[in-house]
Ligand binder design. Structure first.
Ligand code: UD1
Length: 363
């Protein structure tokens, strides 16, 4: 029996491992252990996802908490190394591009433990994003590179990674949507805010490049002020954004039609995405979810590591300039929205394909 450590730490990780944990736990060929680094720790950033998506309690909780990039990364390397040395799994599985993904891969690689990376090969080609550094390093250390689009395979091959290690399996986040689609459609969360279906905009924003820079933050807020005069905006706010708004003295709650709320649980957020007129975001995951749900999405960033959501899906990159954001969103509010299609293998079967590969290749 193979011992597998699934290592997670931040909100998007929890959403992605839900379908995988379910299948791994039920598979008698694997002894699966779940490790939570503690990168995210607030109830609404962590535990709520375990409860709502029925993920088993972590077997180990490493309690690293927040800190600078270097501090957090170092703490995760130290604590995962200690655990991996003690328990010696055959393989670790990491997902996405957060600090926990990279740091635990560094620890495992130096102990000669195999690494499987889910959501491998995404590239924004923007090294100012901490996530881009995490992606490149994790991929360079991984033995199994599981990709969600053919473009990701090409990115990895361009970096010289061996073709034999790369497996195009589809998008695991879509498994989580497919498994919960009825709950998402029935939730109708918008009613709690006195809104009508299709008559509001959902906003999420937390990227350091947007909220840690006062001018960029103000430019986006200027756009939101304009847009909200036409259609109400609901904004579940990330702790980083709340902290930076306060530090910069940006009074978001004074914008009349912009409603700030606490971060939402998975089903609540997906319900708000599904029933929105459109979405404004800087999140990676929401660009993909909106593509699957075929809801127009405006990404307030200069680039995306998920170009398939623009080429095939309903996503548009609008940058961070006030006028460009306003013009694009207004066009949609006036009835000219971009819709799209669901990309290849975003079909709810990705976790199954990943496990088949691991079972086959590790024999
Ligand atoms: C991290 C990921 C990002 C992902 C995001 C999802 C990295 C480099 N970034 O960014 O890719 O999109 O998670 O949410 O790994 N905080 C709390 N409570 C928490 C967690 C964080 O209050 O439970 C606050 C702390 O002030 C902390 C700040 O949020 O300093 C940032 O948290 P951190 O995990 O460092 O990065 P995120 O911005 O959440």
């Amino acid at each position: 029996m193979k011992k597998i450590f699934v290592i997670v730490g931040a909100r998007p990780n929890f959403i992605k491992i839900a379908p995988l944990m379910e299948l791994l736990k039920a598979n008698k060929n694997f002894n699966t252990v779940l490790v939570h680094s503690g990168q995210h720790y607030d109830y609404f950033m962590s535990k709520v996802f375990f409860e709502e998506l029925n993920i088993s309690e972590p077997d180990y909780y490493l309690n690293v908490g927040s800190g600078s990039q270097g501090y957090q990364t170092a703490e995760i390397i130290k604590s995962t190394e200690e655990l991996l040395e003690k328990d010696r799994p055959d393989m670790i599985v990491v997902v996405g591009d957060v600090n926990t993904t990279m740091a635990s891969s560094i620890a495992a690689s130096k102990l000669y433990i195999k690494i499987a990376h889910i959501e491998s090969g995404l590239r924004s080609y923007d090294r100012t994003m901490p996530e881009e550094i995490n992606r490149v390093i994790t991929d360079s250390l991984s033995d199994f590179l599981f990709t969600h689009s053919r473009e990701a395979n090409i990115n990895l091959e361009k970096e010289g990674l061996e073709k034999e290690k790369i497996f195009f399996v589809g998008n695991i986040m879509i498994d989580t949507i497919v498994n919960n689609l009825d709950r998402i459609k029935n939730r109708k969360k918008y009613k709690e805010f006195g809104l009508d279906k299709g008559d509001y905009i959902l906003l999420t924003m937390h990227r350091p490049s947007n909220v840690d820079n006062r001018d960029t933050f103000l430019s986006i807020v200027g756009a939101l002020e304009e847009i909200s005069k036409k259609t109400p905006i609901i904004f579940p706010i990330h702790p980083r954004t709340a902290k930076m708004a306060q530090q910069f003295g940006i009074a978001l709650n004074e914008i009349e039609n912009l409603k700030i709320i606490e971060p939402l649980s998975y089903i609540d957020l997906l319900s708000m995405e599904n029933d929105a007129k459109c979405i404004i975001t800087d999140s990676g995951g929401i660009q993909e979810e909106s593509t699957f749900l075929n809801v127009p999405c405006f990404t307030v960033r200069k680039n995306t590591e998920r170009p398939i959501t623009v080429e095939v899906g309903s996503n548009t990159i609008v940058g961070t300039e006030k006028d460009t954001i306003v013009n694009n969103v207004m066009k949609c509010l006036d009835g000219e929205c971009k819709y799209g299609e669901v990309p290849e293998l975003w079909d709810g079967q990705t976790a199954k394909r990943i496990i088949e590969v691991i079972e086959h290749e590790s024999n």
